[in-house]
Each structure stands twice: as C-alpha cells, then as structure tokens.
Design a protein around this ligand. Structure first.
Ligand code: NAD
Length: 258
C-alpha cells in the first residue's frame, strides 16, 4: 500500500527556488515522502545547505538562462537517470514593479523574464525528458493574482502569473497523451520573510491585504508544500491542466467575517 510517507518513493524531483520559502518547504515535504530532490537555485549558500540537509543535490541555476536550465535537467538525468517531477517555482516580486504608471520597461522585462520565460524554459527542458520516459508531473507556480486584480498593483508580476497559468493549461492538454500532467499552482498570500517585513514596517498596508483573507491569516509555506506533494504524487493522477488554487478562499471572497 502507498502511504503518504512513501508515495514519492524514489521519485526524482527538480525544485527551482528550492533554497527558500515555498520551494524550501516543498523540498522538505517531498523528501519526507521519499523523493530525491534536486535544488535548482541562484543561492549558492543556502542551496547547497538545503541539499545537504535533505540528502539531495544542488545545481546552481539562473532560471532565466536557457543554457543553464537545459543543463539543470540534463545533469539531473545524468545523475539520477530520470526526472519525475519538475516544480518550476522560482520567482521574484521586486518593489520597482508596481503601478503601470511608475513601472519602467526594464523592471517589466526583468519580472517577465524571471517569472514567465523561466517557466517556459523549465517546462520545455523537463518535458523533453518526460516525453522520452512517457511519464512526469510538471507543477508551475502561478499565484492567486493570476485570478484576481489588485489596486495595490504589481503589474508585471500579475501579468507574468497570468502567463504561467495559461501556458500550464495548454501544456497539460498537449502532453496528456504522453502520460504527463502539467498543473498551475495558485497560492494565496504566504507568510514569508517578505510579508513579515511588510507587517513590521507598514501595518496599514499589511492590514489592507489581510482583511481579504477569509480565515484572517496568510498561508504557511508548509500548507502550500502539502499541495505540491499531492500534485507530484500519483494520488493526483487525474488532476491535469488545472488551476490548482490553495488560497484559503481569498479568490472566492466578496465580504469576509469581522
Ligand atoms: P522566496 O523569495 O522565498 O524564494 C524564491 C527562491 O527563488 C529563492 O531561493 C531565490 O534565490 C530563487 N530565485 C530567484 N530568482 C532566481 C533565478 N533567476 N534563478 C534561480 N533561482 C532564483 O519566494 P517564495 O515566496 O517562496 O515564492 C516562490 C514562488 O511562489 C514564486 O514564484 C512566487 O511568485 C510564488 N508565490 C508566492 C506567494 C507568497 O505570498 N510568497 C504567493 C503566491 C505565489
């Protein structure tokens, strides 16, 4: 019988952005469930530490660079013989991406490249191997902002996540007959160092967001990681091309309880 503790036994899982936040929590959860993780990250300090903690493998990669992404998946297959799961999760959320009126073309392009082009590249080079294997699960991190508009705008970020969502849907449809599933994960706001800093430095701005969360709180990274483990595993064998929303209900909320 497959239990939660073993359902990812021996699965080879590449996690971009695995050195921090949602990626880190997911690397830990997938390892607990029996997977071998490959951490693909720019962070050459935390990345190797995490890989060592988990008995996994670290590859330094800039997900916006085609050659480096190609090598990430090629080296994974070289080392482990296959790639079962690609969790394409690395992303950025810089402060110079805000209102369309004040976001310049450089900030726009940087966010598009790191958040959207990267998912195109990671999906492309993971799929190459998965098509040969005839199996695989691709999980691309979008966001609840792909589903909703915010007056506190981050224009390029929101547009990039919309792109991740529709690209993932199309890939899921195209590659289903190859035995591959592609899903877009849409987390709601997550309690990360970035949000905690915002809370500390600007409680009014934080409250402006928190009031929209039906449960009155943001997610913990481990709650998103639990969804990643499900999408990575065969428990989700008929979940494909989905908008997989893990947002505590924020995208369904009109008026929340006091
Ligand atoms: P984080 O900042 O904690 O971690 C991101 C990781 O990605 C870091 O380890 C960083 O080194 C790495 N990274 C950044 N740019 C990279 C690049 N070019 N190449 C390789 N690695 C790179 O972020 P997080 O909050 O865990 O977010 C992870 C994903 O979830 C992102 O795509 C983000 O947009 C999305 N998301 C986050 C939230 C949230 O509230 N935190 C909500 C919805 C979606």
């Amino acid at each position: 019988m497959t239990t939660a503790a073993t359902r990812l036994k021996d699965k080879i899982c590449v996690i971009t952005g695995g050195a921090s936040g949602i990626g880190l929590a997911s690397a830990r959860r997938l390892t607990e469930e029996g997977a071998k993780v490959v951490i693909g990250d720019l962070d050459e300090v935390r990345g190797p530490e995490v890989a060592e903690e988990l008995g996994g493998h670290f590859e330094r990669v800039n997900v916006a660079d085609e050659e480096e992404v190609k090598n990430l998946f090629a080296r994974t297959v070289e080392h482990f013989g296959r790639v079962d799961v690609a969790f394409n999760n690395a992303g950025i959320n810089p402060t110079d991406d805000n209102s369309i009126l004040t976001t310049d073309i450089e900030a726009w392009a940087r966010v598009q490249t790191v958040n959207l082009t990267s998912v195109y590249l990671c999906s492309k080079y993971a799929l190459e191997h998965m098509v040969k294997q005839g199996s695989g699960s691709v999980i691309n991190t979008a966001s609840f902002v792909a589903l909703m508009g915010a007056a506190t705008s981050q224009i390029s970020y929101s547009a990039s996540k919309g792109g991740v969502l529709s690209m993932s849907r199309e890939l899921g449809v195209q590659f289903a007959k190859d035995g591959i599933r592609v899903n877009a994960l849409c987390p709601g706001p997550v309690n990360t160092p970035l949000l905690r800093e915002l809370f500390a430095s600007d409680p009014v701005q934080a409250q402006r967001r928190l009031v929209h969360c039906p449960g009155g709180r943001f997610a913990e990274p481990e709650e998103i990681a639990a969804a990643v483990a499900f999408l990575a595993s065969d428990d989700s064998s008929f979940v494909n091309a989905s908008t997989f929303t893990v947002d505590g209900g924020i995208s369904s909320a009109y008026v929340t309880a006091e």
